[in-house]
Design a protein around this ligand. Structure first.
Ligand SMILES: Cc1cc2nc3c(=O)[nH]c(=O)nc-3n(C[C@H](O)[C@H](O)[C@H](O)COP(=O)(O)OP(=O)(O)OC[C@H]3O[C@@H](n4cnc5c(N)ncnc54)[C@H](O)[C@@H]3O)c2cc1C
Length: 641
């Protein structure tokens, strides 16, 4: 039907006749077809003349036709394509969040395009210190990227694909020009592929690459890769983006059930031909090194970080496997390799084909799952619903640094869990796997929020009404918080973990954030920045989302009343005190009761012996102050009873 319509439209267009009526032979009057009115006799003859007239309208003038003949449109189209599709290589631009070869969509697309056009594939990474400074990236996370890039370089070399790493130390906003005017021409490339980044600066940069590139005959293509479900995929009934997690999460779950293709993994890149290594331009790219260190981002505890956060996609898969198949262990709560086996390891982790996690005795509070076939013992995944809030052992996956830098894809992770669950990806609080998948959904959610509400990457509160909340300026207390000297053991333990490990378990993150904002009444932006500067997994969307949620300026639907009591929270985060004893050795000898609140539980004499600070704030008073200030943004008082 549509085809018929299209024919009709085309047959009446001027382009089809080559020109307007005056351009046709009929128009010239040589063999002019009579107009319909000139038909003479009525009836058939009149109709024939009308038809002849119409048909002659479509006949091009000989001169025009000859001109078109000289430049056949097909050749023109191909030449135009050639102009854009030209170039002698194809570039995949790897960025800060997709540092991997496996299941990388832009890389796979670039490779496919290179193969189709018989062009070599080049992988480019541009280090931009100005960006990292502006975004408070930690030296640890930069060093982690560099380590992973070295690992990737070796892998790509095996496929004759060069990894070209350069540093753009100039103005970060001039990166698009640098790429289009210098880097791509130096590689004779007119095609560049990359995965999308959803933060405002990065999106603006990519728009510029796209628009400026088009003017310079460079075609840029950006694709979704970072998340299981791309931002903007679904909206509320009113057509707005979601700002609350629970209804969004139900949509997310349903969407993935209906569109399993979103979890399909991308193909590995095809290798280049051997001859590329001796090519005059591309051969040299194989010799370039990934820098050992980036100026301004020297990682002081690099040796320790290498142990605690080893690099590589294979490592990330092992870390995932430990979480899926091993039990938690107290000894593994801190500065250890995340690939530790756990207590009840009895399975060949790398060949998990016939392992299936099945639901045994589901209960609302703690779903019991067992591994069918090879093993029926507790695993961190199985117990996640009940243990995830405890930091007394390695209850969570410790995958965040690998996910934040894209060393492993979210698809690989979710597919592994899906397989364990008999090819069904459940999410929800009823089981360990369901709860964990829900945590992974939070990662998607905060990225959706970042993309839909760009102001959150611009320092603004998600809920503008809290922009005027009045903060205390107290450097001494802020430093006490950073250094773990607040006199609240759980806060101090967590802040020491942050400083020494570059990472923190989720529950202590929330407790520390709440303490800074609600107990000390210090601006959440300062905490957000400090975490970014310390963490290995620093990620704008998750960090900003976590801070705003805890500071009650974010997506929490019941924000005003949520003020964490650091002592009762301590009992949740460290039920038997192991976490506190590990990170605050001054308190190692205390009883399970005293360890959460030694100032209250011990006599002044006993407390003095500990060499541990007294609480820097009275929580009860601080709570009232916070409630008063949130209730009346702009109010700078202390609150009353
Ligand atoms: C104040 C604050 C700041 C935070 N900053 C970051 C950050 O910079 N980078 C970061 O990756 N996470 C951040 N989080 C979220 C969360 O604390 C970490 O993702 C989690 O502790 C990482 O440990 P894991 O990998 O063992 O997590 P698991 O419990 O094993 O969860 C699996 C994965 O799900 C994702 N995830 C889990 N919880 C969340 C969450 N609440 N928000 C977003 N993603 C989540 C992470 O990618 C995580 O690796 C922050 C939370 C708070 C409260």
């Amino acid at each position: 039907m549509s085809h018929v319509k299209r024919d009709k439209k085309e047959s009446t267009s001027k382009q089809e006749s080559g020109n307007d009526v005056s351009g046709t032979d009929a128009g010239k009057g040589k063999k002019r077809a009579p107009s319909p009115d000139e038909g003479g006799a009525a009836g058939d003859r009149g109709k024939r003349h009308k038809a002849a007239y119409e048909v002659h309208q479509k006949i091009a003038h000989a001169v025009n036709a000859a001109r078109v003949d000289r430049e056949p449109p097909l050749d023109k189209l191909l030449a135009a394509q050639e102009k854009i599709w030209g170039g002698e290589s194809v570039v995949y631009w790897m960025r800060m969040e997709d540092v991997r070869v496996k299941d990388n969509r832009a890389l796979a697309l670039a490779s496919e395009f290179a193969q189709q056009n018989s062009l070599p594939l080049i992988v480019l990474f541009v280090l931009v210190p100005g960006d990292y400074k502006a975004h408070d990236r930690s030296a640890r996370s930069i060093d982690f990227r560099l380590r992973n890039l070295r690992n990737i370089k070796v892998k790509l070399q095996e496929k004759n694909i060069p990894l070209h790493v350069i540093t753009h130390a100039g103005n970060r906003f001039r990166l698009p020009e640098k790429i289009i005017d210098e880097i791509l021409p130096s590689m004779k490339a007119t095609h560049i592929f990359a995965n999308m980044e959803y933060e405002v600066d990065e999106l603006r940069r990519d728009i510029e690459v796209l628009e400026y590139g088009a003017k310079q005959n460079v075609r840029a293509m950006f694709v979704h890769d970072r998340l299981a479900v791309p931002p903007g995929t679904f909206k509320t009934g009113q057509g707005k983006p979601y700002g609350v997690f629970s209804p969004w999460q139900r949509k997310w779950q349903a969407f993935l059930e209906a569109h399993e293709e979103h979890l399909f993994e991308a193909a590995d890149p095809e290798g280049n031909e051997d001859g590329l290594r001796s090519h005059t331009i591309y051969g040299k790219l194989f010799d370039g090194e990934v820098p050992e260190c980036l100026e301004g981002f020297e990682c002081r505890d690099r040796d320790l970080m290498k142990v605690v956060w080893p690099e590589g996609n294979e490592v990330a898969v092992q870390v995932l496997n430990r979480f899926l198949y091993c039990s938690a262990r107290k000894a593994d709560l801190g500065l250890v390799d995340p690939r530790t086996m756990g207590q009840e390891m009895s399975i060949d982790l790398e060949s998990d084909d016939d392992v299936q996690l099945i639901e045994d005795e589901p209960t609302k509070s703690k779903a019991k799952l067992s591994l069918k076939g090879k093993m029926a013992s507790p695993t961190r995944l199985r117990d996640y619903a009940s243990s995830r809030n405890s930091a007394d052992s390695n209850t969570s996956s410790r995958l965040s640094p690998y996910l934040a830098s894209g060393v492993i894809s979210i698809r690989t992770i979710l597919n592994k869990v899906k397989k364990l669950l008999g090819n069904k990806l459940e999410s929800g609080r009823d089981s360990g796997p369901g709860t964990w998948v829900m945590e992974c959904a939070w990662r998607d959610f905060y990225n959706h929020v970042t993309a839909a509400f760009p102001r959150v990457s611009m320092g603004r509160p998600f809920q503008e009404k809290f922009a005027e909340v009045q903060w205390e300026v107290d450097e001494e207390k802020f430093n006490a918080w950073k250094e773990g000297r607040t006199g609240y053991p759980i806060v101090d333990a967590a802040m020491k973990q942050c400083a020494l490990m570059g990472w923190m378990h989720n529950r202590p993150r929330m407790i520390c954030a709440s303490f800074l904002v609600k107990d000390l009444m210090i601006d959440w932006h300062l905490g957000e920045q400090y975490f970014m500067q310390q963490f290995m997994d620093g990620d704008l969307a998750a960090n900003n989302g976590g801070w705003q949620w805890t500071a009650s300026t974010g997506t929490d639907p019941q924000p005003a009343f949520r003020i964490f009591n650091p002592t009762s929270q301590s009992e949740t985060a460290s039920p038997d005190g192991a976490y506190i004893r590990y990170w605050v050795p001054e308190l190692a000898s205390l009883s399970d009761k005293a360890v959460h609140n030694p100032y209250e539980k011990l006599s002044p004499k006993e407390f003095a012996k500990l060499n541990y600070p007294a609480p820097i704030v009275d929580h009860a008073k601080a709570r009232k102050r916070a409630l008063a200030r949130y209730k009346n943004p702009g109010y700078h008082g202390e609150g009353s009873d």
